[in-house]
Design a protein around this ligand. Structure first.
Ligand code: F6P
Length: 371
């Protein structure tokens, strides 16, 4: 656990950073209940992610505040994906570009004034990267890996991912109905940024005929050949599950918008519509695109995510009780464990070419549009 202190933990700050994700409240509940019950510590909720630390907005979390929230989507503390203390947008230049300031000292002062011994940061790679400046400022940060994208390095899985997979596979089940009733090609665009985990898992679970991942640039020829081959076998409908980060071989990702005030300024989106238009133009078959969007992050977490979130939150509290500093809770080879939080900053875990599910899907006839 990397323990290096025997001082009992008395007061812990806790925040949720980055995009919301199913299971955030389950982690808040597990951390808070464990610290209050097992360690007689106080827990202070920091509002709206790192923004609340910058603006000194905090409130105590009591046992009752975190009871009955296990199944509630989103986060009771609020979140922000624009608050990197080292590069915080505080105004606008005459040309409209943002003015950035390093407000780390402000965060450290607010944490000290609140008497926080440590902070539990529940977030993705952006949050863990943003926490590095707090750590340099002397704050002890224990991270809990969150993301529907499942793209944090060091952990086999992040909570929220399995819920997103369930939502997408349910949607694919429904899309099958229209596809087969109208003999259409249906393109379903899913989230995931530069990692194809959601498209891969949900595409397999939902029986997609073609899966397009950011890690495997697609060939339009290959997609049209697969549609044609299916047609020749009497299968007039085809389902394509495409990740928002996918791109055509030799082409670029489709960017929906850029937000210079965000630590991750690129928002992907739109590749599904681009591909649908390409298919219709090339083979003339009626093709529709559906973008599942934020539905994938919404609502109640599935049971497996609730259990994982509870294990992660409990382990974060146990690390604090043991005096550990600057660790990230992970699941590695089925075991809940922890690693140096600095090891994951500014890195993303993408689908490797030898991923077993990829191989299995190929062998049962799913196309990854790369032949
Ligand atoms: O990281 C989670 C995620 O939902 C990505 O899959 C997606 O690309 C991004 O966040 C969308 O961000 P926003 O909610 O800011 O549009």
């Amino acid at each position: 656990m990397g323990a290096d202190s025997t001082q009992p933990i008395k007061r812990v700050g806790l925040f949720t950073g980055g995009g919301d994700c199913p299971g955030l409240n389950a982690v808040i509940r597990a951390v808070t209940k464990t610290l209050i019950r097992a360690n007689h510590a106080e827990v202070i909720g920091i509002e709206d992610g790192l923004l609340g630390l910058i603006e000194n907005r905090m409130r105590p979390l009591e046992f009752d505040d975190v009871s009955g929230i296990m199944f509630v989507g989103g986060t009771i503390l609020g979140s922000s994906n624009k608050a990197n203390p080292e590069r915080f947008a505080t105004g606008t230049n005459p040309d409209g570009s943002p003015v950035f300031e390093d407000v780390t000292d402000r965060c450290v002062d607010h944490a000290k004034a609140a008497g926080l011994d440590a902070i539990v940061a529940i977030g993705g790679d952006g949050t863990m990267s943003a926490c590095q400046s707090l750590i340099r400022g002397g704050i002890n940060v224990i991270g809990v890996p969150k993301s529907i994208d499942n793209d944090l390095v060091g952990t086999d899985i992040t909570f929220g991912f399995l819920t997103a997979v369930q939502i997408v596979s349910d949607a694919l089940d429904r899309i099958h109905t229209t596809a087969s009733s109208h003999n259409r090609v249906m393109v379903v665009e899913v989230m995931g940024r530069n990692a194809g985990w959601i498209a891969l898992y949900a595409g397999v679970a939902g029986g997609a005929d073609i899966i397009c991942l950011p890690e495997i640039p697609y060939s339009l020829d290959s997609i049209c050949e697969k549609i044609d081959e299916r047609s020749r076998r009497g299968r007039k409908a085809t389902i394509i599950c495409i990740s928002e980060g996918a791109k055509e071989r030799g082409g670029d990702q489709v960017v929906k918008l850029t937000d210079p005030t965000s630590p991750d300024p690129i928002r992907l989106g739109g590749v599904g519509a681009v591909l649908a238009a390409q298919i219709e133009e090339r083979i003339g078959q009626e093709t529709r695109a559906t973008v599942l969007g934020h539905v994938q992050r919404g609502g109640t977490p599935v049971g497996a995510d609730r259990v994982l979130a509870t294990q992660f939150g409990h382990h974060a509290a146990a690390l604090l009780a043991a005096g550990a500093r600057n660790r990230l809770v992970v699941r590695c080879q089925g075991q809940i464990d922890d690693i140096d939080i600095g090891a994951v900053a500014n890195r993303q875990r993408v689908v490797p070419p030898d991923e077993p599910i990829l191989q299995a899907a190929r062998e049962i006839g799913t196309s990854f549009a790369d032949s």
